[in-house]
Design a protein around this ligand. Structure first.
Ligand code: MOS
Length: 726
């Protein structure tokens, strides 16, 4: 399935084609469009977690200079609401807001102020007086709501074989619970949009990952035809999942524009990014693993408990990874949710794998230690080329190669299996490893190519509604067009992020690169094909595109193409794989840690641009390090507000926290995945990073840290694992 990539336009480490636009400030992000006559909206957030609004007094706010309107549930437009609650939500779900007087979580929007300036709107928002009837016991403490856990409507439960039998056949069993806290995405660009309502429809300059789904969500919420909604998301400053679906501010600004008849800009504050733009919920993952003395797995159970909101249902399927990663005959995966008075969680980078692989890959390390086996050998022993959960082969799977090559690069042979043996002064040093896998979807994508002749040069423009969320979409699409049209990259321009352009699945779930590039490829191939056909030139014959236009007497030519998954694709499980290695030092007295180095090896199909691909992986590793060691959103247990509400108290890693990072891509082309051999890498980088760090910390200290983040205070008070010598 794999072959070495040849040297072409695709595969070169070129600079970002839109780089100069970004560094000169010409790339327009949502709130930067100079829409004339625009005004500003500021959302008002509830200050209770559960209850009802008894009254809202907006009179003082309305008197202020520049204030145009205050919208609350008393005067809001009627929108489509959920038919039943909790509603299972997705990337194109409706987002009703201000439709009644009920409050389900702290920070919920209860109103919005529209004013001529941003400052006027902010000031007036503080003058709105709200009287609540507060319910005494909101559901905000995870541990106290376990009796309400239910099986979600769209259940992801799974089993094969007989788990109890598998456990009874085992020589050793690991039975452990792993906790991951609430985390927030926090892209650099705040959620923002400018909505302009005109002629019964809206143009929204929005910071969204998925343009088509945003048009669906807006049109459904307002009950207008989809053609009446135009979404423009030309540049998006990061998303990480928080911009997959439309959040309430998109609807609020649109509603405000409709009500006052002027364009409305709404940019949320960093504080509101905690309460109004989704989050990763807390997960409690119960792992049970059984293995024979020789390392053969006999049983694997992965059971997750998390929370959702009162009126919407979202589940992160943490156990997915435990269905497919190893050859284990007896397998059980369950997922339960508790409705809680917190905002609805949603997908955050590698939903399922990021958290699930922390539990699985730590538990695998615990088992390897119990079996006195090298954790790499243990994983290799249980490798499989068949996805047992789907009973079909992987399109390609180079996990063993990732582990072996990584081990060599990292110097794994120097590791001592016994914890607390590698020391230097006060530092305890540890080595950790983990395996990574991430589903690599590929979705139907449409694209247009416009060819223009300038003297004897041909310039091409590619258009599609794809987004570039900082990942490099513009660049890899330009490289693809250059490759298939056989023209230099400099002669290609790419226009993205407009719902008037051909439909793509948008950026999410690591399907962007494969889908966008194959869509662009199809359009270019179509153009060449049609131009040859007009001249009766056989399809296989190579003719320069300039010559084709000239011979056809055409100055300009336009074609549309589309690509979608093949039958072969459907008959295989398509995943990217990887291995993470890290060296962590822990101060034996203070518990302070540092990551000394990381090695990541990825097998992710054809690498379109090593520079942008590298950016994705180091971003993922950094986010994984944050997840392991620092990131957590804390809930105040009485009021239900988040007490971490800025970067001063929600800690993310900085350069100094990540010393040396080596990223290696194995040369690979997966032709079953798609014609161009591409697989996803956007989420592979974060996957299982936290486990490799946790495992390194065990190797350093002899302490099993099963609750993230692994803060120094937790580390210093944690007990030594039984059998470890101090
Ligand atoms: Mo991703 S969590 O699908 O942006």
């Amino acid at each position: 399935m794999s072959s070495i990539v040849e040297k072409t336009a695709v595969g070169q480490a070129i600079d970002r084609v839109e780089g100069h636009l970004k560094v000169t400030g010409k790339a327009k992000y949502a709130s930067e469009f100079p829409v004339p006559n625009k005004v500003y909206a500021q959302g008002i957030n509830s200050t209770i977690a559960k209850g009802e609004i008894v009254s809202i007094d907006t009179s003082e706010a309305e008197k202020q200079e520049g204030v145009l309107k205050v919208i609350t549930h008393q005067n809001a437009e009627k929108l489509k609401t959920f038919e039943e609650e909790p509603a299972a939500i997705s990337t194109d779900s409706i987002a009703p807001v201000l439709q009644d007087h009920k409050v389900h979580y702290y920070g919920q929007y209860i109103g919005v102020v529209i004013a001529e300036t941003f400052e006027q709107a902010q000031y007036a928002a503080r003058l709105v007086k709200v009287e609540y009837r507060k319910e005494a016991s909101p559901a905000i403490i995870f541990e106290k709501n376990k009796d309400k856990a239910y099986r979600p409507k769209e259940s992801s439960d799974y089993s094969r074989g007989d788990l109890e039998k598998g456990l009874s056949e085992a020589d050793e069993i690991i039975d452990a619970v792993y906790n991951t806290p609430i985390e927030h995405h926090h892209p650099m660009e705040l959620h923002a949009l400018i909505a302009s309502w005109e002629n019964g429809g809206v143009t929204a300059y929005a910071s969204q990952q998925m343009v088509e789904d945003a048009t669906i969500a807006i049109s459904e919420t307002f009950q207008i035809p989809q053609e009446k909604v135009r979404v423009i998301a030309a540049f998006v400053g990061g998303g990480f999942g928080s911009k997959l679906k439309v959040e309430r501010q998109v609807i609020l600004a649109t509603m405000a524009s409709k009500m006052i008849g002027r364009p409305v800009q709404m940019t949320v504050t960093r504080h509101q990014m905690f309460t109004n733009t989704g989050m990763r919920q807390r997960n409690e993952q119960h792992m049970r693993i059984g293995a024979k003395k020789d390392g053969t797995l006999t049983a694997l159970a992965h059971e997750t408990l998390s929370h959702t909101s009162i009126n919407e249902e979202f589940q992160e399927s943490c156990g997915m990874v435990s269905k497919m990663l190893y050859k284990v005959p007896n397998n059980l995966v369950t997922h339960r949710l508790m409705p809680m008075n917190l905002q609805t969680p949603f997908a955050m980078r590698a939903p399922g794998e990021a958290t699930g692989s922390f539990a699985l890959e730590c538990a695998m390390d615990e088992m390897a230690w119990k079996l006195k086996m090298d954790p790499i050998d243990f994983r290799i022993k249980n490798d499989t080329q068949t996805d047992l959960s789907e009973d079909q082969p992987f399109s390609s799977r180079l996990l063993v190669e990732c582990l072996r090559i990584g081990a060599e690069k990292f110097g794994w042979e120097k590791r001592n299996m016994k914890p607390r043996t590698n020391k230097e002064g006060n530092w305890l040093k540890g080595y950790g490893v983990s395996a990574a896998s991430r589903n690599s979807p590929y979705k139907e994508t449409h694209s247009k190519v416009i060819l223009k002749q300038h003297k004897d040069l041909v310039e091409a423009t590619i258009k599609m509604d794809a987004t570039d969320i900082g990942t490099g979409s513009y660049t890899i699409i330009a490289q693809t067009a250059a490759e298939y049209l056989k023209i230099p990259v400099e002669q290609v321009s790419v226009e993205l992020g407009d719902s008037d352009f051909p439909v793509t699945p948008g950026s999410g779930g690591s399907w962007g690169a494969a889908s966008y590039c194959n869509g662009a490829r199809a359009a270019c191939e179509k153009a060449l094909q049609e131009l040859k056909k007009k001249l009766n030139i056989p399809e296989a014959e190579e003719v320069p595109v300039a010559e084709l236009l000239q011979k056809n007497n055409l100055m300009e030519y336009e074609a549309e193409g589309s690509a979608k998954p093949s039958e072969e694709f459907e008959k295989h499980s398509v995943y990217s794989f990887g291995a993470n290695f890290c060296e962590v030092w822990v101060d034996k007295d203070t518990g302070m840690w540092r990551i000394n180095r990381m090695v990541n090896v990825g097998s992710a199909g054809r690498i379109l641009n090593p520079k942008t691909a590298y950016g994705q992986i180091i971003g993922g590793l950094t986010m994984g390090a944050g997840m392991a060691l620092a990131e957590q959103t804390r809930v105040e247990p009485n009021f239900g507000n988040f007490i971490t509400r800025s970067f001063a108290d929600y800690h993310v890693p900085v350069n100094l926290d990540l010393a040396q990072i080596d990223v290696i891509f194995l040369p690979e082309e997966d032709k079953i995945a798609n014609k161009m051999g591409i697989k996803g890498i956007g989420e592979l980088g974060i996957t299982s990073v936290a486990a490799s760090i946790g495992n390194a910390i065990f190797n350093a200290t002899g302490k099993r840290m099963r609750d993230l983040p692994i803060t120094p205070e937790k580390l210093i008070t944690a007990p030594l694992e039984p059998g470890v010598q101090a």
